[in-house]
Design a protein around this ligand. Structure first.
Ligand code: HEC
Length: 162
């Protein structure tokens, strides 16, 4: 007696796939699409990365207004820094803040301006943060960045790969 050699896909697999109802297959496809588009991420809670778009344009625009009022004179229109004030965007800033929690950056913003530390409201510092994030090339999102400490602690500063 000889053993038959068969190169076709195993028949148990075909039977298994064909036994799925159209509905089950449709549901599975939707899960795959949701996962691929990142919608599953949103459904599970907070976004995990600033690269996903964690703040809105409205926030960044509010931040820009504050920046022009309180920060521009020292850090400059393009955030390149003026005299002793360091840049707030670009590689130098990135190497200082990469992987730091956004909460740490907000705390640093609250030490500014140097002659009036802690003069900004927490919400204003978060608005300023979003403008700084935007200036560092991070994308806008559709949901505003939360001002809660746990939200800001969970997200880390990073910049898009060039
Ligand atoms: C009078 C000038 C001046 C003003 C106004 C000012 N800064 Fe600064 N900023 C500095 C200087 C100088 C430093 C570095 C030394 C220090 O920490 O005091 C600094 C440091 C920083 C840092 C840390 C940068 C790094 O590389 O780690 C951040 C963030 C910052 N400023 C944000 C702001 C924001 C936001 C505002 C507006 C609310 C602001 N600054 C207003 C002078 C200024």
């Amino acid at each position: 007696m000889s053993i038959a050699v068969n190169n076709d896909p195993p028949s148990w697999l075909l039977i298994f796939m064909n036994s799925w109802s159209v509905k089950a297959r449709a549901v599975l496809s939707l899960f795959v699409i949701a996962w691929l588009t990142g919608a599953a991420d949103g459904a599970l809670g907070q976004p995990h990365s600033v690269l996903d778009g964690v703040f809105t344009e409205e926030q960044a625009v509010r931040g820009q207004t504050l920046y022009y009022q309180h920060c521009l004179q020292c850090h400059g229109e393009t955030m390149a820094g003026v005299d002793k004030a360091p840049a707030l965007a670009g590689p130098q800033f990135g190497s200082t803040w990469n992987n730091a929690a956004l909460a740490a950056l907000v705390a640093r913003i609250q030490t500014m301006p140097p002659d009036k530390p802690a003069s900004l409201a927490h919400e204003e510092s978060v608005d300023l943060l979003t403008y700084i994030l935007w200036y560092n090339g991070l994308p806008l999102g559709t949901v505003p960045l939360g001002t809660e400490q746990e939200v800001l602690s969970a997200l880390k500063f990073e910049t898009p790969a060039l």
